[in-house]
Design a protein around this ligand. Structure first.
Ligand code: PXP
Length: 238
């Protein structure tokens, strides 16, 4: 069985829209864990668009909860992450104007910088991961960098499936990357843009051990949870 990591950034997005405390991402982290999530992911962005430092600190302090903290290569963020000391870190590319993480890291340009960052996390016994495009070359570079794990960006595949275009080449590319990474001894995660259909499709790749899913799960929960909340209000206002 694959592990399911749940990204709760958008709980914080919703909270921040009002500048108040509800819905609380710290409570959300505990809630998703008690409902079966194997780990939770939070992205501490340079612009602090959703998760704030205090959220990350509190979430990483929750006992028996595996937290995967996504960060960019910005050294101030790296320093903060080293202090927060999550179980796992995942280095992702970041660009201020993006709506979401648009692609994997550029490992050719950033190899030495990332290697240096990974070394710092290893010293603190924090498992490290790199968010990369499905490219055989990037898998090789990830191995050279000395990371424990890679997360394959599945956004392109997800877009092809959603727009009903031929996704077979992209699927084969991801499969080949997973096979190579497995041979090299890297743990393999996959994420971005996943929904029921794409997760089912990618579940066929046995080398993938973990999915990290955020936006679709949070969006879908609105429809599965809304009827309960409306019923509760009807009862209160009766
Ligand atoms: N994995 C990584 C490394 C990400 O950056 C993101 C998006 O923040 C996700 C998974 C989750 O993507 P989505 O919200 O589209 O499910």
């Amino acid at each position: 069985m694959k592990r399911l990591g749940i990204n709760i950034d958008h709980i914080a997005t919703l909270r921040n829209a009002r500048g108040e405390l509800h819905p609380d991402p710290v409570y959300a982290a505990q809630f998703v864990k008690s409902n079966g999530a194997d780990s939770i992911t939070i992205h501490l962005r340079e612009d602090r668009r959703h998760i704030k430092d205090i959220d990350a600190k509190k979430i990483c302090a929750i006992k028996n909860l595996k937290v995967n903290l996504e960060i960019s290569t910005n050294m101030a963020i790296v320093k903060t992450a080293l202090k927060i000391k999550p179980n796992y870190i995942c280095i992702v590319p970041e660009n201020r104007k993006e709506i979401t993480t648009e692609g994997g890291l550029n490992l050719k340009i950033n190899k030495d910088k990332i290697k240096n960052i990974i070394r710092k996390f290893k010293k603190k016994e924090i498992r490290s991961s790199l968010f990369i495009n499905p490219s055989l070359n990037d898998i090789q570079i990830s191995k050279e960098i000395g990371v424990d794990c890679i997360e394959i960006h599945t956004g392109h595949l997800a877009n092809l499936v959603k727009s009903k275009r031929d996704y077979s080449k992209e699927f084969t590319r991801i499969k080949k990357c997973a096979v190579l990474a497995n041979k090299l001894g890297l743990d393999i995660h996959a994420g971005h843009g996943l929904d029921y259909k794409t997760t089912k499709l990618l579940s066929k790749i046995k080398e993938i051990k973990e999915f990290n899913i955020g936006h679709f799960i949070i969006g879908e929960s609105i429809f599965f949870g809304l009827s309960k909340v409306i019923k509760k209000f009807k009862k209160i206002t009766k």
